[in-house]
Design a binder for this molecule. Structure first.
Ligand code: NAD
Length: 407
């Protein structure tokens, strides 16, 4: 088996084994929207990966994201665990998520994909999509749940449902647990990487682009660890404060799309334009919004020593090459942001009960262990963290595929 990295899919040297398992293109009859579903791999007949909506979303982007999901699943393969990683998949809709018709476009896309959601594709929210909108649309269509396909491989569905209910009704300091776990994992990955680089949290600053599920929770848990959050970007621009922003206060001002209420900024907070997000001095940079936001045109502006990818594919391959060449460490998406996905399955399959404390404990243990394995491997072989994580995930995928069938 030979796979290319997610951000390299579509490269000319890709061979047959590198092709995704299944691809579908959907064209909306009522709007200009086009949607995609890519199932990169199946394990035991099922796959996992969220659905995103953004104007300009392409099939190639969805392919890369689906490949990333395959790696994100496989890297969490642990002998003896209840959770057997699934294949990777991803959905994408090329449509403006802020458009008033966004929910009806989402509903029609889900209706078209319903048979796959029931049988093969376990899905959930991703960029530009809210889980409650997915759940409401699926209920209307008559699909029981966005992870219905996984019920095909579970013995005790009632126990799984009880654990999921605990997980999805738990609230921690005003924010739902399911909106915290992913960013908590990113923060743990960042703290593990900072320890390797000798960066003391209490003496370090971070800038976070994106203040939705991922960015919001990453900012919260880095701030709790003592890191000063000196800049937060949302779709409207950047808020900054060299002495540190009041993350907890800002979290509770967010609208449903992760926008900060500018009327509630503190004295000393300043407003900057979107393009200024890289101009703020910080040791740690967390892209937690869009794909491809760091490319050849702006990579030279990156001043941080460490970039931790909360977003999927935020850095283009050539920009990353330049960053790594000048010593910037990049903790890659399929490790750093893998906690949301893994957490869902740890709860669903019964490795944890869905309450807050065991959830945070499990995520912390796994993110720190994976980060250490990745950096050890990178040091041993003199390669980037992404290449090291890719080697580790590929090995686990080979073992997973050996032990478990496609169907
Ligand atoms: N939600 C998850 O569980 C999860 C898991 C893994 C990876 N991701 C990835 O993390 C990223 C963010 O996902 P999310 O679920 O937090 O999204 P979200 O929709 O909850 O929040 C997105 C945030 O990004 C901001 N934003 C949008 N466009 C922007 C722009 N051009 N510049 C600056 N900020 C902008 C929005 O204002 C909002 O604060 C995506 O790349 C997604 O694929 C999400």
């Amino acid at each position: 088996m030979s796979l290319t990295l997610p951000n390299a899919i579509g490269s000319t040297d890709a061979n047959r084994t590198d092709d995704p398992f299944f691809e579908a293109i959907w064209r909306d009859t009522e709007s200009e929207a086009t949607g995609y579903l890519v199932i990169d791999r199946l394990v035991r007949g099922i796959s996992s990966g969220g659905l995103r909506m953004r104007a300009g979303c392409t099939l190639n982007e969805v392919r890369g994201l689906a490949r990333g999901m395959t790696l994100k699943e496989a890297i969490h393969f642990e002998e003896g665990a209840h959770y057997v990683p699934l294949g990777g998949a991803k959905g994408g809709i090329d449509f403006d998520p802020y458009h008033p018709d966004a929910d009806s476009v989402l509903r029609r896309y889900l209706e078209a994909m319903a048979p796959l959601i029931e049988q093969r594709w376990n899905m959930g929210e991703d960029f530009g999509i809210r889980q409650d909108a997915v759940d409401a649309a699926l209920a209307e269509i008559g699909v029981e749940s966005s992870v219905q396909a996984a019920h095909r491989v579970i013995d005790d569905a009632a126990a799984a449902a009880a654990r999921m209910k605990t997980a999805f009704t738990t609230v921690v300091d005003g924010v739902s647990l399911d909106e915290l776990v992913g960013g908590y994992g990113v923060a743990e990955a960042a703290l593990a990487a900072m320890a390797r680089q000798g960066l003391d949290p209490a003496a370090s600053r971070a800038v976070v682009q994106g203040f939705g599920s991922m960015g919001g929770a990453t900012a919260r848990y880095l701030a709790k660890a003592g890191v000063r959050i000196v800049g937060i970007a949302d779709v409207h621009g950047v808020v900054a404060n060299p002495n540190g922003l009041d993350v907890e206060k800002l979290l509770l001002t967010r609208d449903a799309t992760g926008g900060v209420d500018r009327t509630q900024l503190a004295d000393g907070d300043t407003k900057l334009s979107s393009s200024q997000w890289l101009s703020i001095g910080a040791e740690v940079l967390i892209p937690a919004a869009t794909s491809y936001c760091i490319d050849d045109s702006n990579q030279a502006e990156v001043r941080a020593a460490l970039v931790v990818e909360a977003a999927n594919m935020p850095i283009t391959p050539s920009a990353e090459e330049s960053l790594v060449a000048r010593g910037v460490v990049v903790s890659p998406d399929f490790v750093a942001n893998s906690a949301t996905n893994a957490w869902w399955w740890w709860v669903f399959f019964g490795d944890i009960d869905g309450s807050a404390e065991p959830s945070f404990q499990k995520i912390s243990n796994r993110m720190r262990a994976l980060s250490d394995q990745m950096f050890d491997y990178a040091d041993r072989h003199g390669i980037s963290a992404r290449a090291a994580a890719f080697a580790l995930a590929s090995d686990k995928l080979t073992e997973l595929t050996r032990q478990f069938p496609t169907y």
